[in-house]
Design a protein around this ligand. Structure first.
Ligand code: ATR
Length: 275
């Protein structure tokens, strides 16, 4: 059997096994199975050894190990290196390589949201927009990396300001705001914090001036629950909203493709699995 894993802590909530097992069946990879495993930090080394010994073929890494896994790896793919975030592991030519498929997963989602009229690979419709990123956790670096060269002004605010300032060392053009403050004009607001994972948690920033404006996009990386308070309030205000489901699927496509060389399709069935 070819075994694949998603590791994290906690891991019960992970929907990755549902998606990958569905695709493995759909593409007739009957010798493959994808499982979830809760690990502690001290167990990371063993995971790498299991990949080295080919007991495991591929691994997805989730919270809180996307950065902590890095010292155990032989090599980092360029995006993983630049964002210091790894969510996919694979053995290539006897080296355990860390990849970041969150970043292309988010970039593809941006292209779907803002298709370039001239068909360019990267959207140009973000030019001149103010993008407000909430959070400076593990995944935020991937989001900023994807947004960095789109011609938008990027504002970042995190409860622990120091972490946002750390990001600014790498992404020098971002503007760091105190938690609770916001840019006077926001075209796109992206929640990368974990606020909203638990029902009724909310972000206390006033966006009432955006009322009735369909051109304002409120985007939450959380996809479970499907509609966080952050998104519900935006919908009720009349703004455009999107949850993290598409990015989650897109990052999974990139991982599946790395491991199997197959680009799986997002069909109704796989979307139903997440609903
Ligand atoms: P980590 O920061 O360890 O990488 P994460 O789950 O990737 O963990 O990130 C959690 C993000 O949600 C962080 O930006 C965190 O803010 P802090 O850096 O201040 O911890 C944010 N977050 C979590 N709970 C929050 C809350 N109640 N209010 C505001 N931000 C919160």
């Amino acid at each position: 059997m070819k075994k694949y894993l998603v590791i994290g802590n906690p891991i019960e909530h992970s929907l990755s096994p549902l998606i990958h097992n569905y695709w493995m069946k759909k593409y007739r990879l009957f010798d493959s199975i994808y499982e979830k495993r809760k690990v502690e930090e001290k167990g990371l080394k063993n995971i790498i050894e299991e990949i080295r010994d080919e007991e495991i073929v591929g691994v997805n890494v989730t919270v809180p190990f996307k950065k902590l896994i890095i010292p155990f790896l032989d090599e980092l793919h360029i995006t993983a290196k630049e964002t210091e975030s790894v969510n996919t592991l694979f053995k290539v030519k006897n080296k355990i390589v860390g990849y970041n498929t969150d970043e292309p997963g988010f970039a593809s989602t941006l292209q779907e949201l803002f298709p370039d009229p001239k068909g360019n690979m990267m959207p140009t419709l973000l030019e001149g927009k103010n993008i407000f990123v909430l959070g400076a956790g593990g995944v935020t670096s991937s989001i900023i990396y994807a947004l960095e060269h789109q011609g938008a002004r990027i504002f970042v605010s995190n409860r622990t300001k120091k972490k946002a300032e750390e990001l600014k060392k790498k992404y020098t053009k971002i503007e760091v705001l105190d938690w609770g403050k916001r840019p006077s004009v926001c075209d796109i607001v992206i929640n990368t914090t974990s606020v909203g994972l638990t029902k009724d948690e909310k972000i206390s920033i006033d966006f009432s001036d955006c009322s009735g404006n369909k051109n304002k996009l409120f985007y939450d990386l959380i996809y479970n629950p499907k509609e966080t308070k952050f998104l519900k309030e935006a919908r009720l205000r009349g703004n455009n909203t999107m949850n993290g489901q598409r990015m989650f699927l897109n990052q999974a496509i990139y991982a599946f493709n790395l491991w199997t060389n197959i680009t799986p399709e997002i069909d109704d069935e796989v979307i139903k699995l997440l609903d």
